[in-house]
Design a binder for this molecule. Structure first.
Ligand code: IPM
Ligand code: MG
Length: 362
């Protein structure tokens, strides 16, 4: 089949890693008889520089018309001036909101061969394989009022944690659908004892859990979960939580994998069943300090391409093939600098991409 893929490489190491992900996709296309039509667009700082805005309407339209969006990363010190209103991250927020990419899936697993890269003890890491489902289009990031103003006593600012029942139910459904294909357990994380929005969250999550008779939905407070995630990570499977908590927990969960350079993500506009429009990006960000050096780890971007095949193209076998190829390259001992372990064979971005492609061709 022919699929249209919008590619937004963005800033920093974004272009370097998306190039490798596209290489893996082309290899898959050849192997399975598909074709991918890639169309590039500018996003983030690159778009601010060239087009005066982090994301033009034309680029959004390109994304809307595509089957899936492959995204690199945005941001960097060049665009960090707090006095300037236009910021690279606005490209992300605009995409998330306009395309209603409400379900952010961030799988994290402990790779046994990289255990020494994690600050956690191997016996704590052992068997950890979780997927965090973060609500991405609501909550504290988007709630109104959201503003800053001057008062007689000084400066003041407010953000609002606002959730409607339908926003909670659709994200919990995403988690339950994923759980059906995994261990059938969902942990919903909230701050029920302090926040009214969390009380609604817990109530709705319980109701949706009842709709999924085969899935067990349990609840945990965010502070307890923050501790449990690094003390007993292997007890969790599917986690579902709001936008702000999810942002924090997914960075915390990254320590299980040993490096951010391995972690992919999907942002979906619907349930993870059939074909859903989604945006796929590595979670590591633009890493400006290593940009252009050819040392960035492309595996998170390549694994994001696997998620793209799974959730937006409904190509499970192709997705699995990419994941197996990445695993095989790691088993062979190839390592980019961020995951270099004793005795590992050090490779750069392009070489790592080539190694995955080689596995995909065999
Ligand atoms: C993420 C990032 C973004 C977020 C930033 C860049 C705005 O941290 O995708 O986790 O907070 O959502
Ligand atoms: Mg984050």
């Amino acid at each position: 089949m022919n699929f249209r893929i919008a590619v937004l490489p963005g800033d920093g190491i974004g272009p370097e890693v998306t190039t490798e992900a596209q290489k893996a996709m082309v290899a898959i296309a050849e192997r399975f008889g598909h074709s991918f039509e890639f169309t590039e667009g500018l996003a983030g700082g690159a778009a601010i520089d060239a087009q005066g805005t982090p994301m033009r309407d034309e680029t959004l339209e390109l994304c809307q018309k595509s089957d899936a969006i492959l995204f690199g990363a945005v941001g960097g010190p060049k665009w960090d001036n707090p006095k300037v209103d236009s910021r690279p991250e606005q490209a992300l927020f605009r995409l998330r909101k306009t395309l209603d990419l409400f379900a952010n899936l961030r799988p994290v697993r402990a790779y046994p061969m990289l255990a020494e890269k994690s600050p956690l003890r191997p016996e704590v890491l052992l068997g950890s394989d979780i997927i965090v489902v973060r609500e991405l289009a609501g909550g504290l990031y988007f709630g109104q009022p959201k503003k800053r103003w001057e008062t007689e006593e000084g400066r003041r600012a407010v953000d609002t944690m606002d959730y409607a029942d339908w926003e909670i139910s659709r994200i919990v459904r995403v988690a339950c659908e994923l759980a059906r294909k995994r261990s059938k357990r969902v942990t919903s994380v909230d701050k029920f004892n302090a926040l009214i929005s969390s009380r609604l969250w817990r109530q709705v999550a319980t109701e949706i859990g009842e709709e999924y008779a085969d899935v067990e939905v349990s609840h945990m407070l965010a502070d307890t979960f923050a501790m449990q995630l690094v003390t007993n990570p292997s007890t969790f499977d599917v986690i579902v939580t709001g936008n702000m908590f999810g942002d924090i927990f997914t960075d915390e969960a990254a320590v299980l994998a040993g490096s951010m350079g391995l972690l992919p993500s999907a942002s979906l506009s619907g349930l993870p069943t059939g074909r859903t429009l989604g945006m796929y990006e590595p979670i590591h960000g633009s890493a400006p300090t290593i940009a252009g050096k050819g040392i960035a780890n492309p595996l998170a971007a390549i694994l994001s391409a696997a998620m793209l095949m799974r959730y937006s193209l409904d190509l499970e076998e192709e997705a699995k093939t990419i994941e197996d190829a990445v695993m095989a390259v790691l088993v062979d001992g190839y390592r980019t600098e961020d995951i270099l372990t004793a005795g590992g064979k050090k490779v750069g971005t392009v070489q790592m991409g080539d190694l995955v492609v080689e596995k995909l061709r065999t």
